[in-house]
Write a protein that binds this ligand. Structure first.
Ligand SMILES: Cc1cc2nc3c(=O)[nH]c(=O)nc-3n(C[C@H](O)[C@H](O)[C@H](O)COP(=O)(O)OP(=O)(O)OC[C@H]3O[C@@H](n4cnc5c(N)ncnc54)[C@H](O)[C@@H]3O)c2cc1C
Length: 472
């Protein structure tokens, strides 16, 4: 905080690195866990706290109407929650010795990989279905807010456009891409090819960062003018920031971090989000329109590109503004080497808290290295400081699609397994036969990793080495 107590300097994590920004107070700041060391009060401070009178306020004491609170006041509501039903073989080996389990799993893996190869050959043709477009359907437009990175359009933008195209099969409406960047023929052409019928350009070169007041004001005015049906943002630092600014300005509900979208029989947008520690999926609906939602990167499939598609281009008028609310002081781009490696790796070993200690992590990392596999992990392991944040897979981490994923000592919370859904074959070792990870796996071994992992890695070695060699 500045000495004049009028502004703060904040380090903001972005998807490409970090930014140092300065903003005036008062400000709403969301902080990540671990931003400061926890403070443990001693006896003296606890006694002191007891003597400080606590003022208790209820909603009725606030200068707001009571129907703005609770479920009635919420602009979104949760429909009946759904159990997560993983689409996996769920074969479990319980009584085998470590050597038998290793042999049986290796045989089963060979067979499964051969089956998957045949399936992917026969479905290759079906994947190339181009969905119809509805460029003149303006009534229920679906807007996708494009993310422009220093390396071009972010992949998540293509994913959102793909989902928007799917949704327009129910709404019979256009897909509009909102490009918050100086107009570029190349970007507009990619947006059209990937599904946009219209591109709205909001040139922010004079306005400042995407996450700033001026961009949000001009964008909100465009939304009010056109009243689209839904606005899809990426669940990234900028996407989340801009979406919440719009939600606040336009008094709209916002679903953050959704993993998928559907349109139900009543024509409502169903925004699916993991809930209750990731054991179920909550379908969230909005009472307000347009629907506002941020979607996790890496979970949705882009549409098949249509190289000849063109989009009409319109410019969003820039509203006059009194100066920015944030100032970008510094921006650092970091190449995410660990992430790039994980995204490409055909074999990934996922390690969880069941490994028991960082020393054991090192042992499994060595086994992974010997077969050319990458290591992924859970949020709890990252919180323990045993492995780096970039290796975390799941709703708060990355999404991966290896040919083989081996989960070792991982409970299998949906918050983790949601990042694995596109894996080819999943093998799990867990000492607890009730571990939910087994329901998300094709082959499960009930037993401790100390006993079962070393012989398994020996048996799998030739298969894994071949997968790694053929992917290079
Ligand atoms: C909002 C939110 C977001 C989250 N996002 C993520 C995310 O992105 N990614 C993520 O991973 N998590 C995420 N989590 C946390 C997640 O819900 C789980 O708490 C976490 O994944 C559990 O980690 P774990 O399986 O390593 O640990 P644990 O739950 O402690 O499970 C350890 C497992 O190891 C087994 N085990 C113990 N000893 C052995 C042994 N010797 N051999 C074999 N097995 C053994 C145990 O039976 C147990 O099943 C999130 C949670 C919340 C609330």
């Amino acid at each position: 905080m500045h000495s004049d107590r009028k502004s703060v300097v904040v380090e903001r994590m972005t998807d490409e690195g970090s930014q140092t920004i300065e903003c005036e107070l008062p400000a709403v700041i969301c902080v990540t866990e671990g931003v400061a060391p926890e403070l443990y009060p001693d006896k003296e401070h606890m006694e002191l706290a007891q003597s400080i009178p606590a003022e208790v306020l209820t909603c009725a004491d606030l200068p707001l109407s009571l129907d703005q609170f609770g479920a009635n006041g919420s602009p979104t509501w949760v429909d009946e929650i759904r159990l997560v039903e993983p689409n996996r073989l769920g074969v479990l080996l319980e009584e085998s010795t470590p050597e038998e389990a290793a042999k049986q799993t290796a045989d089963a893996l060979r067979l499964r990989l051969a089956e998957l190869a045949v399936e992917s050959e026969s479905s290759a043709g079906q994947d190339f279905v181009i969905l119809p477009r509805y460029p003149s359907g303006k009534k229920k437009s679906i807007w996708v807010v494009a993310e422009n990175t220093k390396n071009g359009l972010a992949h998540v933008t293509l994913e959102l456009l793909g989902k928007a195209r799917e949704l327009t099969q129910f709404t019979n409406s256009e897909v509009v891409a909102v490009l918050i960047a100086p107009p570029s023929e190349e970007l507009i052409s990619i947006l059209a090819t990937q599904g946009a019928d219209r591109v709205l350009v909001l040139d922010n070169s004079q306005l400042g960062p995407v996450c700033g007041l001026a961009v949000a004001n001009s964008f909100a005015a465009a939304v009010e003018r056109e009243n689209p049906y839904a606005l899809l943002f990426a669940a990234t630092a900028d996407g989340g920031d801009l979406a919440s600014r719009l939600a606040a300005r336009l008094e709209l509900g916002l679903t953050g971090d959704a993993i998928d979208l559907e349109i139900n029989a009543d024509g409502r947008l169903v925004q699916l989000k993991p809930a209750l520690g990731g054991n179920v999926v909550a379908p969230i609906m909005s009472k307000t329109l347009p629907n506002l939602v941020t979607l996790r990167p890496g979970l949705l499939a882009p549409a098949i590109p249509e190289p000849r598609a063109v989009a009409t281009v319109e410019h969003v008028p820039q509203l006059p503004f009194d100066g920015p609310d944030i100032r970008l002081l510094k921006e650092d781009f970091q190449e995410d080497l660990e992430g790039i490696l994980l995204a490409k790796s055909p074999v990934v070993i996922g390690v969880g808290m069941g490994l028991g200690s960082p020393e054991n992590m090192a042992e499994v990392q060595e086994m992974a290295r010997s077969v050319g596999a990458s290591i992924a992990t859970t949020r709890d392991v990252v919180h323990e400081g045993w492995l780096a944040q970039q290796m975390m897979v799941g709703i708060s981490g990355r999404t991966i699609a290896p040919t083989v994923y081996i989960a070792v000592g991982i409970r299998g919370a949906f918050n983790h397994t949601v990042g694995l859904q596109r894996s080819g074959v999943i093998i799990a070792i867990n000492q607890n036969r009730r571990a939910v990870m087994f329901r998300s796996s094709d082959f499960g071994i009930v037993g401790t990793w100390e006993e079962f992992l070393p012989p398994l890695m020996e048996e799998l070695r030739p298969i894994l080495l071949e997968l790694v060699a053929t992917s290079d």
